[in-house]
Design a protein around this ligand. Structure first.
Ligand code: BV8
Ligand code: ZN
Length: 250
C-alpha cells in the first residue's frame, strides 16, 4: 500500500484525531499564506514591521488598518473542502480536535467545534494597555482598501488603544491555549498536520511532540515537510484534494 492508502486506513481506525493547521489550509479559500513568494503576506509586508507590539506602538493606525484589511479578506473567504472534511469527520463517532495557528474563523464557519487558536483570532480585540477584551461594533470594522491606516478604537475602561486579539512575535502564547494543545497532542492516536511550513515556534514543535507521544503523524502539504521519522506519512498535494480523498478512500 502507498502512503495515502496507509494513511486512510490509519485514520479509519483512529479514535482521537487532532488536525494541526496552518495558513496552507486556508490558501484555497483565497487567503494568502505567509511564505508564498508572489502573494504571501510576508512579501508584501515585513512581519517585523507589522506583527509585533513594537510596530503597533510606532504606528497603531498602520497595524490596525492592516488587520482590519485581513479581517475583511477573511469575511470574504469561504470555508473550503479541507475545512469541511475536518468538520464532517467529527460526525463519524470519533473525537476530532483542531489546533490551529490561523487567526481566521474558517474552521468555525465550516462547523468544527473543538478548536484551539494558538495565535488568537481576528474575531477578537483587546486593550493594548489594560488587556480588557472588547467586542468590536460593525462601524469599527470598516476598512476600504489594503494599506489604509485606521486609528484603532479606544478602550471603554482606560481609554487605551484597542489591538487585535492575536499573538505577535515575542509574545507568549495564551497559557490556556498552549496547555489545551499539549493535552490533546500528547493524547491523540493521529495528528494530521495540514498546510504549515513549521517555521514558527513553539507551534512548530507540535508534530514532533505527537510523534514522541507515540501518535502517527500525517503531513498534508504541497511541499515535503516530513521529519523523516517512523510513524510519519507525507501526503504531497493540496489540502482540498488530499483531505477529502483521505476519508473517501478509507
Ligand atoms: C514565543 C499571528 C516566547 C499574527 C503569528 C528570535 C527573537 C525573538 C523570538 C524568536 C526568535 N527566533 C524564534 C523566535 C520565536 C518566534 C518565532 O518562531 N519566530 C520565527 C519567525 C522564527 N515565535 C514567537 O515569537 C512566538 N512566541 O516564542 O514566545 C518568547 C517570548 C519573548 C521572546 C522570545 C520568545 C509567537 C509566534 C506567534 C506569531 N504570530 N500569527 C498574524 O497571523 O498576523 S505567526 C503566523 O506565522 C501564523 O500564525 C503561523 O504560525 C505562521 C505562519 O506559518 P504557517 O501557518 O505554517 O504558514 P506559512 O505561509 O509559513 O506556510 C504555509 C504552508 O502551507 C507551506 O508549507 C505551504 O507549502 C503550504 N501550502 C500552501 N498552499 C497549500 C499548502 N498546503 C496544502 N494545501 C495548499 N493548498
Ligand atoms: Zn483598557
Amino acid at each position: 500500500m502507498n502512503d495515502k492508502e496507509n494513511a486512510a486506513k490509519i485514520l479509519k481506525h483512529a479514535k482521537k484525531v487532532v488536525f494541526f493547521t496552518g495558513a496552507g489550509i486556508s490558501a484555497e479559500s483565497g487567503i494568502p499564506t505567509f511564505r508564498d513568494s508572489l502573494t504571501g503576506l510576508w512579501s508584501k509586508y515585513d512581519p517585523s514591521r507589522l506583527e509585533t507590539a513594537q510596530a503597533f506602538r510606532e504606528n497603531p493606525a498602520l497595524v490596525w488598518g492592516w488587520y482590519l484589511w485581513r479581517r475583511r479578506q477573511m469575511s470574504e473567504a469561504l470555508p473550503n473542502a479541507a475545512h469541511l472534511m475536518i468538520s464532517n469527520l467529527a460526525e463519524t463517532g470519533r473525537e476530532v480536535y483542531v489546533v490551529t495557528q490561523n487567526i481566521d474563523n474558517l474552521h468555525e464557519r465550516a462547523g468544527s467545534q473543538n478548536i484551539v487558536h494558538l495565535h488568537g483570532s481576528l474575531m477578537s480585540a483587546k486593550c493594548f494597555s489594560c488587556h480588557r477584551p472588547t467586542e468590536l461594533t460593525p462601524e469599527q470594522l470598516v476598512v476600504s482598501r489594503e494599506g489604509e491606516e485606521v486609528p484603532p478604537p479606544r478602550c471603554g475602561r482606560c481609554n487605551g488603544r484597542l489591538r487585535p486579539g492575536i499573538v505577535w512575535f515575542k509574545e507568549d502564547l495564551p497559557k490556556g491555549a498552549w496547555k489545551s494543545a499539549m493535552r490533546l497532542v500528547r493524547d491523540c492516536d493521529v495528528l494530521v498536520s495540514v498546510g504549515t511550513s513549521g517555521i514558527v515556534t513553539p507551534a512548530a514543535d507540535i508534530p514532533e511532540i505527537a510523534l514522541s507521544s507515540k501518535a502517527v503523524v500525517i503531513h498534508v502539504n504541497i511541499d515535503d515537510v516530513s521529519l523523516e521519522e517512523p510513524n510519519e506519512y507525507m501526503l504531497i498535494g493540496k489540502a482540498c484534494s488530499v483531505l477529502p480523498a483521505l476519508w473517501n478512500d478509507s
